[in-house]
Design a protein around this ligand. Structure first.
Ligand SMILES: Cc1cc2nc3c(=O)[nH]c(=O)nc-3n(C[C@H](O)[C@H](O)[C@H](O)COP(=O)(O)O)c2cc1C
Length: 313
């Protein structure tokens, strides 16, 4: 069966964030109505050569439908094999190609944002993935360009090569994560495509999401950093809510913690610290809380500290 995901209404999508958007976090986000969640970036090479270990990285969390797995690579044969492997997984609806990651360990192999320098290769890779996984939807996550904005050219190559939709982070590779986001450029891409285009970059509130959707006419908004420490942002974005409420937040954080421990075992406590840093940001006593949790690795003690700190005050 061919997977489906329609854009008859504007979609709110969780961005892939390596180190953050694991199954426990995606489960939290899903509870608040994210329309689509994406795995962390998976190396196509790892997928092909070390499937058993890699599978854990793209495990789907319950209720996570539709579900996209993002792959990174630059070699046509490896990406083809990776796409064929994923095409056999009934849990996965969408295969997303990473054409935006600026990290050196990714770009030095010609993958991620390096693909923006070679639109013709990018097109070949998208086409190969599409042919290898005909039962899945194919999306591409791009930036506006490598060191200049040639986003329209890049986006059109994706469309012509068979992508079903794209997400556009409105910066170039050189722009990293802090240059101003060029929403006008995202809007220009949107007008030049037939396939849906999703806007991404610095969307962190209902007002911002509305402004970006108005400015770009995009088919949806993708949220990354704005969702860390705030998985409830999806309910806020969809329903114009100003706050999720302290009692609910506490139960979400505890449930997120429990799922992290279930997923990672003992290691979950340490991996969860970064989430607690984000969850506690801006709250009274956050600095003392952070230094206390950084020293605690006993799961039960840590859970009690979380429960106490996030008690409605
Ligand atoms: C810590 C971190 C990890 C990221 N990992 C990925 C990734 O695995 N794949 C990807 O396509 N983009 C990744 N990105 C980029 C985000 O998906 C997103 O495009 C970018 O952060 C801008 O959106 P935001 O302002 O909503 O965060 C990452 C960004 C950050 C900050």
């Amino acid at each position: 069966m061919i997977a489906r995901f329609d854009f008859t209404q504007r979609r709110f999508i969780l961005a892939p964030l390596a180190g953050w958007t694991d199954p426990p976090f995606r489960a939290a986000v899903k509870r608040f109505g994210a329309d689509l969640t994406v795995s962390e970036m998976i190396s196509a090479n790892a997928l092909v050569h070390n499937l058993a270990k890699t599978k854990k990285l793209y495990e789907k969390s319950p209720l996570e439908t539709p579900y996209a797995v993002q792959i990174a690579g630059s070699d046509i044969q490896t990406l083809t094999k990776a796409a064929m492997t994923l095409s056999n997984e009934t849990d996965i609806d969408i295969i997303d190609l990473n054409a935006g990651c600026p990290a050196q360990k990714v770009t030095r192999n010609g993958a991620g944002a390096a693909l923006l320098k070679d639109p013709s290769l990018l097109g070949k890779l998208v086409g190969a993935i599409k042919r290898a996984a005909e039962n899945k939807l194919i999306s591409v996550k791009i930036r506006l360009g490598y060191d200049k904005n040639n986003g329209v050219e890049i986006a059109r190559v994706c469309e012509e090569s068979g992508a079903d939709f794209i997400a556009v982070h409105g910066r170039t590779k050189i722009g990293g994560f802090s240059a101003p986001v060029d929403y006008e450029a995202i809007g220009e891409i949107k007008t030049r495509l037939k396939i849906p285009a999703i806007a991404n970059g610095d969307i962190d509130s209902y007002e911002k999401a509305q402004a970006v959707l108005d400015a770009t006419n995009a088919d949806g908004a993708m949220i990354g950093r704005g969702a860390t420490g705030a998985p409830w942002i999806f309910a806020q974005l969809k329903n114009n809510l100003s706050s999720a409420g302290d009692t609910l937040m506490r139960s979400v954080i505890l449930e997120h913690f429990d799922r992290a421990v279930e997923f990672y075992g003992e290691r979950g406590a340490i991996l969860f610290r970064k989430h607690l840093h984000r969850y506690s940001k801006g709250r009274e006593g956050a600095a003392a809380f952070r230094s206390a949790i950084n020293r605690e690795s006993d799961l039960l003690a840590l859970r009690a500290m979380i429960g106490e700190f996030f008690e409605a005050r």
